[in-house]
Design a protein around this ligand. Structure first.
Ligand SMILES: [Zn+2]
Length: 429
């Protein structure tokens, strides 16, 4: 039994990133038993009643729910920072050559260590991860995730056209390798399996059918892919799927769009696509630094919210510029500001929601993680800047909790993450 003392900020009753209410608890304690929060209340009160508990003092700084990254690529850690190219050129010149190197298990093992270290270091406790095109590398990723104890949903990335030869599969191999990987990892510890065609640009109808068969034969798996990221990509998908109504339909007509679906980007959706995503209960992973770095466009958040489409955040490493969901949230705020009257103004509680509970909801984990209520797993990030750090100065002079949170989004980096817990296990600090 452990008592954590601190200032706890979360957004337990929000379901869309607009007008979110911040719950701020100062001088509080959370009691954690077997990884689950069993009580919350004034610290003095809990300490009096539970004198035998271990006490962990987090009162300097702030404690947030563990951050949730709904779109991040395992094989692209070493490709972060290749600026100055649009999507398809960036894939050809930087991302795909790196992805080919994961054919080597030894190489994949090094990258897996760097990748999981990057997530933990940034305070990410739950992630939906684009795996590798190589089944052996996906095993290596799951092994590392399992060793460290993160909550990760991931799977084999599959394609059967338009990519370098070594990254291509067939519908038969896709089915066999995916089912075998899911058999090893789906529902084991904190890991789950996600069926992951790279995007319709590199997938035939037969391949997408094989993906649907995996989902049917392995109940409870997730589905993730890319959609509507870049104009050149969208034009090519429309040409390849001339009989599809739109990009979302290329997945939907195979039964792949539903409540367990997370599609990344959706920077250029039509109203029809937004209505369909809402009707299916699917989620969109908004990846602001990636959209900025590749010049993909300004995400229409207001349109998603107005249509009732669930939106969460993704770092999209390596097109994104790092693992920090704090930075992604700030960039989301910037982009809505730049949209002017068409944008959706975001306050700090909206940003916290996007970086935590929104991701938990998108991944079907809203009753387990995403906030710090009684009954939730203790997945938490301790933000504690050192004395004299500009964030420490900002927190000292904050007007209230909402202001302190805004300063955290403005100034916070992985260097300020002093501790990370998943299910009560300390994984950093
Ligand atoms: Zn991506």
């Amino acid at each position: 039994m452990t008592l954590y003392l601190g200032t706890f900020l979360d957004t337990p009753d929000a379901d869309q990133p607009a007008g979110v209410r911040l719950r701020a608890a100062t001088d509080q304690a959370l009691r954690v038993v077997d990884g689950v929060i069993t009580e919350r209340g004034p610290a003095a009160d809990l300490r009096r009643r539970h004198t035998g508990d271990e006490v962990v003092d987090l009162r300097e700084g702030l404690v947030l729910p563990g951050l949730v990254d709904t779109h991040v690529h395992f094989p692209q850690v070493r490709a972060i920072g290749a600026l100055g190219m649009p999507l398809l050129e960036w894939l050809d010149r930087r991302a795909l050559p790196e992805e080919e190197r994961l054919a080597s298990v030894d190489y994949a093992r090094q990258v897996a260590t760097e990748f999981v270290g990057g997530l933990v270091g940034a305070g990410t406790t739950t992630a939906l991860v684009f795996g590798s095109h190589f089944a052996s590398a996906v095993d290596v990723l799951f092994e590392e995730v399992d060793r460290v104890g993160l909550r990760v949903t991931s799977g084999l990335v599959v394609s059967d056209r338009s990519l370098p030869e070594s990254l291509l599969s067939t519908p038969e191999r896709t089915y066999d390798e995916s089912v075998a990987l899911a058999g090893r990892w789906h529902g084991r510890g904190r890991t789950r399996y996600a069926v992951t065609p790279r995007f319709s640009y590199s997938a035939s109808d037969d391949l997408l059918d094989a993906c649907a068969s995996v989902r049917k034969d392995v109940p409870g798996t997730w589905f993730t892919s890319h959609v509507n990221e870049n104009q050149a990509e969208i034009i090519e998908v429309a040409r390849l799927f001339a009989d599809s109504e739109h990009y979302v339909d290329t997945y939907d007509r195979h039964g792949l769009v539903g409540p367990s679906t997370v599609l990344a980007h959706n920077v250029h959706p039509t109203d029809c696509e937004l209505a369909l995503l809402a009707a299916r209960g699917a989620s969109v992973a908004h990846c602001p630094t990636s959209n900025s770095a590749l010049g993909s466009g300004l995400f229409p958040l207001r349109e998603h919210v107005e249509h009732g489409v669930r939106v969460a955040l993704g770092s999209d490493v390596g097109a994104g510029t790092g693992f920090s969901l704090i930075k992604e949230a700030l960039q989301a705020y910037f982009m809505q500001q730049l949209l002017g009257p068409g944008g959706l103004p975001l306050a700090s509680p909206d940003l916290l929601f996007l970086a935590t509970r929104a991701g938990a909801l998108a991944l079907g984990l809203g009753s387990e993680v995403g906030d710090l209520s009684v009954g939730r797993q203790f997945d938490a990030v301790w933000v504690r800047p050192r004395a004299g750090d500009p964030l420490e100065v900002g927190l000292c002079h904050a007007l209230d909790a909402e202001d302190a949170l805004a300063r955290t989004f403005a100034l916070g980096t992985p260097d300020h993450v002093a501790g990370v817990w998943v299910g009560g296990d300390r994984v950093k600090g």
